[in-house]
Design a protein around this ligand. Structure first.
Ligand code: COS
Length: 379
């Protein structure tokens, strides 16, 4: 059965998120971007609205609304501020979801209630200097010492790195390329844990991206997430969900571009009429809206499969591929429609264009999404 009707609960969440984005995010996002200000106050408000526990079961303080609802919520938040959007996305899809799916009862009890209220923020550490697209090439390692593991190495490109309280960290616990990787839950207060260099970025500048330094961090064996050696599959399974978050971020940025373009096209006059009366502008706007709808259906299809616990690796890759390309195209066209004004910081489309660029890079570059899709088709 295909049903495109949103439930009353979903409509309510979407409308609440839209209002939150309009009131709290959109008016401030330009300043946060300029000042590199992490919007903690906005994240706290998002938490009060229940946005930080969307994938968490009610018994641990969350709302357990699932991936389709999370996608709707993330689209609205990213429409207002992509830096806030990626923080909420990583927290929900890359930290909370794998704890719900693979965590022990003790791990769930310790972490999920704090994550649901936003008291703690979550992060995800997979990438390293030598392990980007080739994630299984990671070299950070853990050695066993009694009942503990000692983690050593440096992680790179960590979203919310300097602000998160607890991280899922993937390290090598054995020689085997894939079967030698395990996942650990590491708290920032653990001795030897450190935050390194903060990146100077083109976009999503209010979201801090840092190195994470592991200097012989002693982690109890009880903090291993999933089975020893099961870390790589856990990482990729988690990224299937994360990619839906980034697809939704792309949709949010794309919609912001569309809405700004419509407003400008109706206001700006040239040759004696609003530029929206010219077919060249009309076609750009028609294409933007159509491609965004197509990308949204791909995203919700994959999220629905994930909610029903069905495989969605290819569908999530298709959603992220399509949505990120769509956002970048929408941003390019939005700047073009605004002309010289769009190239200045007077109008937000300049920021949308910088923010959109990352959606084709993180949580698996466009080329990797194509590789995943092709492998599923060709074997
Ligand atoms: N979920 C669960 N398991 C998966 C999976 C998924 N989505 N995709 C693959 N696996 C399994 C495979 O089945 C394989 O297990 P078996 O050997 O038992 O069959 C294992 O994981 C290894 O898979 P594969 O051989 O395909 O690994 P590769 O090293 O070839 O890497 C890519 C696969 C390139 C797809 C992966 O490294 C990737 O997604 N890279 C991008 C990383 C990324 O997104 N980084 C962003 C970090 S967060 S900002």
């Amino acid at each position: 059965m295909v049903d495109f009707t949103l439930s009353e609960e979903q409509q309510l969440i979407r409308d609440t998120a839209r209002e939150f984005a309009d009131k709290e995010l959109a008016p401030n996002a330009g300043r946060w971007d300029k000042e590199l200000h992490f919007p903690r106050e906005a994240i706290e408000k998002a938490a009060e609205l229940g946005f930080m526990g969307v994938t968490i079961p009610e018994e641990y303080g969350g709302s357990q609304l699932g991936n389709v609802t999370l996608c709707m919520l993330l689209e609205e938040i990213n429409r207002g501020c992509a830096s806030t959007g990626v923080t909420v996305s990583v927290h929900n899809s890359l930290f909370c979801s794998p704890i719900v799916k693979h965590g022990t009862e003790d791990q769930k009890k310790r972490y999920l209630p704090k994550m649901a209220t936003g008291e703690w923020l979550g992060g995800y550490c997979l990438s390293e200097a030598g392990a980007g697209s080739d994630a299984a090439g990671l070299r950070c390692a853990a050695r066993k010492d009694g009942d503990d593991w000692i983690l050593e190495g440096t992680k790179l490109w960590i979203t919310t790195g300097s602000e998160a309280d607890v991280f899922i960290i993937f390290v090598r616990t054995g020689e085997d390329r894939v079967g030698g990787i395990s996942a650990f839950i590491v708290e920032k207060t653990m001795k030897g844990f450190g935050v390194g260099k903060k990146e100077e970025k083109l976009g999503i500048r209010a979201s801090p991206t840092t190195e994470i330094l592991l200097d012989n961090v002693r982690v109890p064996a009880a903090n291993m997430l999933g089975a020893e050696g099961g870390g790589f599959k856990l990482a990729l399974d988690t990224l299937d969900g994360g990619r839906l978050g980034i697809a939704s971020q792309s949709l949010g940025i794309g919609r912001a571009c569309l809405e700004a373009s419509i407003q400008y096209a109706n206001e700006r006059e040239q040759f004696g009429r609003p530029i929206g009366r010219f077919q060249a502008i009309q076609w750009k706007i028609a294409d933007m809206a159509t491609h965004l709808d197509a990308a949204r259906f791909l995203t919700w299809r994959a999220a629905d499969l994930r909610d029903r616990k069905l495989p969605c690796t290819m569908e999530a890759a298709q959603a992220k591929l399509m949505a990120s390309l769509t956002a970048n195209n929408a941003a390019r066209e939005a700047v073009q429609i605004h002309g010289g004004a769009g190239y200045t910081r007077e109008f937000p489309v300049e920021r949308y264009m910088r923010d959109a660029r990352i959606t084709e890079i993180y949580e698996g570059a466009t080329d990797i999404q194509r590789l995943v899709i092709a492998r599923n088709l060709l074997g």
